[in-house]
Ligand binder design. Structure first.
Ligand code: ADP
Length: 640
């Protein structure tokens, strides 16, 4: 990918192309983020803060990296006349290889899929790109040229690197002398963006977006005269932000906007979180935690390998990103910070896995998240619904993963149900239990590929007729989840497609018997004959009272695996034992009566029998073994 230009320039200057994904991101970003141009400053300060965090961390084992420059800080400089803004830090810096890697590629996996999935709708794309994290590249929203100068901590003054680009697909890297460690990013502003080099504006942006940054962010002091100050040498500097780790401040002093900006920084999200929980725990274990529930799922939420977990600090020193040991897997959407007083500074991931304190903290943090969700559900049902729509599918795993909190998790579940026409999952088990008739001691559910498919299942008919509510499950993991639920408040969960169902045992009023039903002995004989037509395709043919309108359906054996689960496992390539369903017939239905009347016509009897079976297969969302045969049969019957 590297393209060496002529050696006429300095000896080591090399021009390279951005990775294709970066070129695409640059183009998209400039078009979609034009109404949030000021975010570049927040992103650069955020990177500078991370660079200081990383240096402090590396200095735990290599104190010499700090040398005599121990006060980590971020400086924002500007020249309104020339129209540039510069963000500098004395953090970890970058070596030449790192510069080429970090500022020429995007390391996140799934990036090209993500970019390919953007809609072209600017507002929507802006939101998605924000959630993807634009970082350093957002400089090009306002800059026509960006120059980076950096030196990796621990390297010599001769090993500085300069990087520059106009954001048009190429960048140039050369080695330069640099007397300080750390990074300076200078943005030469586009003509129409020069307003960003005004000190008052910069100061207000820093206060608004970067106040929570734990390192001092400084600007040239006002009394020095902003316009003609030589910023490099300017003697007086002013700290613009609070410069204290947000989670260490007393809760009552922190404004909601400060929590929001902090969230945006740590989660690299352009939207506000749904809610947060801030706790300072004292006693045997001392730690602070600040946890957030995002408003949107990240693009890679369902990728099990994608990073998750909280940022870990020990005594305010940043230790690692994505410390997944502090939250159970089903809460992997939670973002935040944990700062422990007790863990050793040199703690490793391996150590975290075995540490009893960490295990206890994980349990406590899980409870805090459940508290936070309880509060959200109680205070703001709409926001809770946003949470559920985004993360419900992940959160449900908690039913299986976290038995110790199962009752609390159950109370937070939401379901689609026959009680409303809304296909979204909005109903609670509590409401189900409150609405059901007194003599109903089960919670009925049906699983299908979609809420619409569940709603049109023939198995629902008798329940609808009697006004009994049925939960409509359609997420792939639902059957697995419900399989682990024995009961809620003494009510057992019952799959209404499973086992035999005697309508007489159901609560509610029985319907009036159909007047002209067939004598039951005759019906039994017909069902037997149907079974012999179908042979091995079904395990039995029996009459049912499940159905009121449809002629037939399939029932699962009491202990058989659910249909959705079978479908998922097969799709993932697993071999499952062949199971044969039971064909159930509504013996009051007109088609069955026709079968009885035309018993003598063997061909018609077979066609009708097979058709009843095929209909049942189709309504269950399964594929027919022989669709062509089915179509010919239907046509034959239509013509007859
Ligand atoms: P992100 O910060 O989300 O990883 P960016 O595009 O903002 O993405 O930055 C890419 C990488 O460049 C960072 O991960 C970091 O390794 C490096 N980087 C950016 N700014 C700095 C800086 N000020 N000091 C050191 N490294 C930096």
């Amino acid at each position: 990918m590297a393209q060496d230009t002529s050696a006429r320039k300095t000896r080591r200057a090399r021009t390279r192309s951005f990775q294709a994904e970066v070129r695409q991101l640059l183009k998209l970003m400039i078009h979609s983020l034009y109404s949030h141009k000021e975010i570049f400053l927040r992103e650069l300060i955020s990177n500078a803060s991370d660079a200081c965090d990383r240096l402090r961390f590396e200095a735990i084992s290599s104190p010499e990296l700090l040398a005599d420059d121990t006060d980590l800080a971020i400086a924002v400089d500007f020249d309104a006349g020339e129209g540039w803004v510069e963000v500098s830090d004395n953090g970890i810096g970058m070596s030449e290889d790192e510069v080429i890697q970090q500022l020429g590629t995007i390391a996140k996996s799934g990036t090209s899929d993500f970019l390919a999935g953007l809609s072209g709708n600017e507002q929507e794309d802006a939101r998605l790109i924000g959630q993807f994290g634009v970082g350093f590249y957002s400089s090009f929203i306002v800059a026509s040229r960006v120059e980076v100068r950096t030196r990796r901590a621990g390297l010599d003054a001769g090993e500085g690197v300069s990087w520059s680009s106009e954001g048009q697909g190429k960048f140039t890297v050369r080695s330069v002398p640099r007397d300080r460690r750390g990074t300076s990013v200078r943005l030469y502003l586009k003509e129409e963006e020069k307003g960003f080099a005004e000190p008052y504006y910069l100061r207000s942006l820093i206060r608004r977006y970067s106040d929570h940054i734990a390192f001092p962010v400084t600007m040239p002091g006002t009394e020095a005269g902003d316009q003609d100050d030589d910023t490099e040498a300017g003697p007086s500097r002013e700290v613009v932000n609070t410069a204290q780790a947000l989670w260490t401040r007393p809760k009552r002093d922190i404004k909601p906007e400060e929590y929001q900006e902090f969230y945006r920084h740590i989660a690299r999200d352009s939207e506000d979180p749904l809610c947060h929980a801030h706790n300072q725990v004292e006693g045997r274990r001392e730690y602070s935690s600040l946890l957030f529930v995002p408003r949107r799922a990240p693009f890679d939420l369902f990728n099990r390998e994608s990073p998750r977990g909280v940022k870990l600090y020990v005594q305010r020193v940043f230790i690692m990103d994505d410390a997944e040991q502090f939250l159970p897997l089903y809460l992997r959407f939670v973002r935040g910070v944990v700062d422990s007083r007790d863990l050793p500074l040199n703690v490793s991931r391996e150590l975290l896995q075995q540490n009893d304190d960490v295990r206890a903290m994980r349990q406590a943090l899980a409870r805090r998240v459940l508290d936070m969700l309880d509060r959200l559900a109680g205070d703001d049902a709409d926001d809770y619904q946003v949470f559920w729509d985004e993360f419900g599918r992940v959160f449900k795993e908690g039913v299986v993963e976290d038995a110790s909190n199962r009752d609390r998790i159950l109370a937070l579940l939401r379901f689609a149900s026959t009680s409303s026409d809304d296909d979204r999952q909005t109903e609670t088990l509590e409401n189900y239990a409150r609405r059901k008739p007194d003599d109903q001691n089960e919670i009925y559910y049906i699983a299908a590929a979609s809420p619409a498919a569940a709603r049109s299942s023939p198995q629902l008919e008798v329940f609808t007729q009697r006004g009994l509510e049925v939960l409509l499950l359609s997420d792939p993991i639902d059957e697995w989840v419900v399989g682990h639920l024995s009961e809620y408040e003494g009510l057992r969960f019952r799959d209404i497609t499973r086992g035999a169902l005697a309508a007489d045992d159901l609560p509610g009023t029985a319907p009036v018997e159909a007047a002209d039903s067939i004598d039951s002995d005759d019906a039994e004989a017909l069902l037997k004959r149907m079974k012999s037509v179908l042979g091995e395709e079904v395990s039995d043919v029996r009459s049912t009272s499940r159905l009121t309108d449809s002629p037939s359906c399939l029932a699962l054996g009491e202990h058989e695996m659910g249909v959705q689960m079978q479908r998922i496992l097969r799709a993932s390539g697993q071999e499952l034992p062949e199971t044969k369903p039971i064909l159930e017939i509504n013996t009051s239905h007109g088609l069955f009566r026709r079968l009885a009347l035309r018993e003598g016509d063997a061909e018609l009897f077979e066609d009708l029998t097979r058709l009843l079976h095929e209909q049942a297969v189709l309504t269950q969302g399964r594929d027919l073994d022989n669709p062509g045969e089915f179509v010919r049969r239907v046509n034959r019957l239509l013509e007859a």
